[in-house]
Design a binder for this molecule. Structure first.
Ligand SMILES: [Zn+2]
Ligand SMILES: [Zn+2]
Length: 263
């Protein structure tokens, strides 16, 4: 058996079967992956830009309430000046508090059992959105980690997340289930310095030519990543998908970083 297949599809199932009668955060008895008390700790991204899902400031929330009253969409300053290449982003949570701790534990401490509860939140958010704003994308692709990081960590967390999300969608949707290709069409070709150590300008420069798309791409694609910070990686991947024929790219992320937490 291919060990990579084992680590990406089998591992979360093993974890989940062990912890399925327990809350994966506090370990108390629970029929769901996160108990009702721990669920309260998640920071939902309720007030956000209607395109890029950038969390809005208190002042912007007040303006949004006025705009909603006038049945207009609320756009952040960046989307008003330069709309992103993707159609829109769906981000149920803010990258802070409990959400941030869980994602960091998945990435840096191999705590794969936290993937299931986070993907359940993403699944619920997507089902709510697409039931009101059909159609669903035809295909799901994801932003991969660099092969070197996968080797260091022993797994690609976005791949495990996408596989978990796909099986959750499979058991929820009766039709319109988007497919995932056996080989993710997006590849990262050049080793880059860790993104969080670079300025925004350097991050953007760093992305150019880094992601390549190989294989058939549907006209309506969902592009998954765990967290969206500046959005430069996702914009660069969106453009690469569009060059291969995608007409509409929807971004799916677990969490969006508020502006004051960039760094
Ligand atoms: Zn709990
Ligand atoms: Zn925006």
């Amino acid at each position: 058996m291919d060990w990579r297949q084992l680590s990406t599809s089998f591992l979360p199932k093993v974890y989940y079967s062990i912890f399925s009668k327990q809350c994966s955060i506090c370990q108390s008895h629970s029929q769901t992956a996160v108990c009702k008390y721990c669920k309260v700790g998640f920071e939902h991204n309720r007030h956000a830009c209607s395109v890029c899902q950038r969390p809005l400031s208190q002042q912007q929330i007040a303006q949004q309430q006025i705009a909603q009253h006038a049945s207009q969409q609320s756009l952040c300053g960046k989307c008003q000046v330069a709309p992103p290449p993707y159609y829109r982003c769906l981000a149920p949570l803010r990258y802070e508090g409990t959400t941030r701790i869980l994602i960091q534990n998945i990435k840096f401490h191999q705590q794969a059992h936290f993937i299931q509860p986070l993907m359940e939140i993403v699944r619920d958010h997507l089902v709510t959105y697409y039931s009101q704003n059909a159609p669903w994308p035809n295909q799901i692709v994801f932003v991969p980690s660099h092969p070197q990081r996968i080797k260091e960590r022993g797994f690609c967390q976005t791949q495990i997340m996408v596989n978990t999300l796909h099986s959750l969608l499979k058991s929820t949707l009766t039709s319109d289930l988007p497919y995932i290709a056996t080989r993710n069409p997006i590849h990262k070709s050049v080793h880059t310095q860790a993104q969080h150590t670079l300025s925004r300008k350097l991050r953007i420069q760093n992305q150019q030519g880094v992601y390549q798309v190989q294989g058939p791409i549907e006209e309506h694609v969902a592009l998954f990543d765990d967290v969206m910070t500046t959005g430069s990686t996702l914009e660069s991947c969106t453009k690469a998908l569009q060059r291969k024929g995608a007409k509409r790219v929807d971004i799916w992320v677990i969490a969006r970083t508020p502006d004051d937490k960039h760094g």
